[in-house]
Design a protein around this ligand. Sequence first.
Ligand code: FAD
Length: 345
Amino acid sequence: MKWDVLVVGSGPAGATSAYTLAKEGAKVLLVDIKRAPGVPVQCAEFVPIQLKHSFPEFFPEEVIAQEVGEMIHFTPWGEVVSMYSEGYVLHRDRFDRRITELALSEGAHLRLRTRFLGFEDGKAWLEHIDSRERYPVQARWVIGADGPRSKVAKLTGPHTESFLTTAQFTVPLKVPVRDLLIYFRDYIPGGYGWIFPKGDVANVGVGIDPSYPINVMESLRRFFREVLSEGIVGEKILSRTGGWIPAEGVKGPLRGDVLLVGDAGGFCHPITGGGIANAVLTGSMAARSILEGSPEEFEEEAMELLGSSLNRAAQKRVKYMKSWDDLKSIVPKTWIAFEEYWKEE
Ligand SMILES: Cc1cc2nc3c(=O)[nH]c(=O)nc-3n(C[C@H](O)[C@H](O)[C@H](O)COP(=O)(O)OP(=O)(O)OC[C@H]3O[C@@H](n4cnc5c(N)ncnc54)[C@H](O)[C@@H]3O)c2cc1C
């Protein structure tokens, strides 16, 4: 069988592509190495409210853990800065599953425990992880939605080589929290700490630039001790996760018959680490461009909408975040809640 589109990865980017394509009758094969889409969760789970306006069908009640209104920033020099940030902390596993189920209901085919290996003789090679069976598939287009360390990107051209490393505990909340809490600290170099509330629990995590000589778990433990001592969270660790955040900006998302979406194409904010909304948006754009027979429009549209803001953040990371000493000078230049961030340079 020849597929119209092979989509590698059933995260928000790939599942959205598969859904958009299948809805219009395309023959879509969606593959993922996981046993179930979205599991395990490797995310702090916040999305801005605008995403729900654009894709209401992705947001049945059960995917939303909590609504939030503001992002409140705690600086080491004692200033507290609040920024409008209406949105939702999700149950990410349910969100990813929801989009995948929508894709399947429109006729997309899903193969789990299936790894994309590479290309040979115009075919994509897949491997079933349990049986070790390897086999080729033919598709007119391939969408690489295989996340931050994308194999599809690596095999087709430039790919992200610098990442933020993250670590996160989910813990009980001792007080109700209605906002997203962000902490800049000397022991979280090149990044920040977060508390994102999910009802009576919260995701407490850190993301750091791994070129600094501190281990991400050591940074998380210090951050956890700090917020424990403030009485915000309880000490029982309910779950642990972590992962990679692309930190270089967009990586040429159109490569012949291959389109890169979401983290695979570097569409994740290199400083805040926000990437879910961009994954859904680029997944949808890539699919529409294929349906319209003009994939070059995907690159144009994606670069116009997201390219300059993501690449600007990537440049700021290189210019200002490679030393982490004078935080009062560095943080306002590199974080979106401060006016200085938006000044022309
Ligand atoms: C700790 C942490 C916290 C974060 N918090 C937030 C947040 O609060 N808000 C936000 O917007 N963003 C956040 N992000 C970023 C966000 O998670 C990503 O931007 C988002 O998941 C990107 O979606 P995606 O579909 O591109 O990739 P992914 O969600 O990574 O999905 C890629 C899929 O591809 C599959 N795959 C990989 N390789 C292969 C292969 N060879 N063959 C087959 N399948 C493969 C994987 O199993 C995976 O299911 C966070 C990231 C981390 C690590």
